[in-house]
Design a protein around this ligand. Structure first.
Ligand code: IMP
Ligand code: MG
Length: 178
């Protein structure tokens, strides 16, 4: 284990098993459809790639980058778009794939933005949910795991841009961000 990690919260095996279940559920719910999977960069890249690999239905992909955190471990509440989708979503079944829902502000902003473009449907698939930190109500249609109020990194999640390539999800030592 890396020295910056306090303890492993979700192992590679646990993540893999849950991702498989989520993919199976999406395959079932979207059978006969061809959803547009939207990855929210950069945190969801690992989850996105693994989820897609487990899905058997036809999908198309697009990417969007949003920033809300700056370099800190607490949400600034300020959300901005850094990269928009390449394509149109009107009439499409959109599935937003996000790493973690914390305060919920990022997703609220994103959902409003995308709903205004008149997709046929829009659902949220989030690997992690920190319900204790929620400040605005967000419905998570497909959820990987609920986590306690701890700052986690790995499997795409970062602190100040680092630790995204750790293959498991671990709790970051407080001394790193305090
Ligand atoms: P929200 O707008 O507060 O819901 O923040 C969501 C974003 O904050 C996520 O997409 C992550 O990028 C980041 N975030 C929230 N909690 C954590 C965490 O524990 N580790 C790493 N990033 C986090
Ligand atoms: Mg993010």
């Amino acid at each position: 284990m890396r020295k910056e990690i306090e303890r492993i919260l979700l192992s590679e095996e646990q993540i893999k098993a849950r991702v498989k279940e989520l993919a199976a559920k999406l395959d079932e719910d979207y059978a006969g459809k061809q959803p547009l999977m939207v990855a929210i960069l950069k945190g969801s890249v690992m989850f996105f790639a693994d989820l897609l690999r487990e899905m058997k239905i036809d999908v198309t992909l697009d990417f969007m980058a949003i920033s809300s955190y700056g370099n800190g471990a607490k949400s600034s509440g300020e959300v901005k778009m850094i990269k928009d989708l390449d394509g149109k979503i009107e009439g499409k079944d959109v599935i937003i794939v996000e790493d973690i829902i914390d305060s919920g502000y990022t997703m609220r902003y994103l959902k409003h933005l995308l709903e205004a473009r008149r997709p046929a449907s829009i659902k949220l698939c989030a690997l992690l949910d920190k319900p204790s930190r929620r400040e605005t109500e967000i419905e998570i249609d497909y959820k990987g795991f609920e986590v306690e109020d701890e700052f986690v990194v790995g499997y795409g999640l970062d602190y100040a841009g680092l630790y995204r390539n750790i293959p498991y999800i671990g709790i970051l030592k407080r001394e790193i961000y305090e």
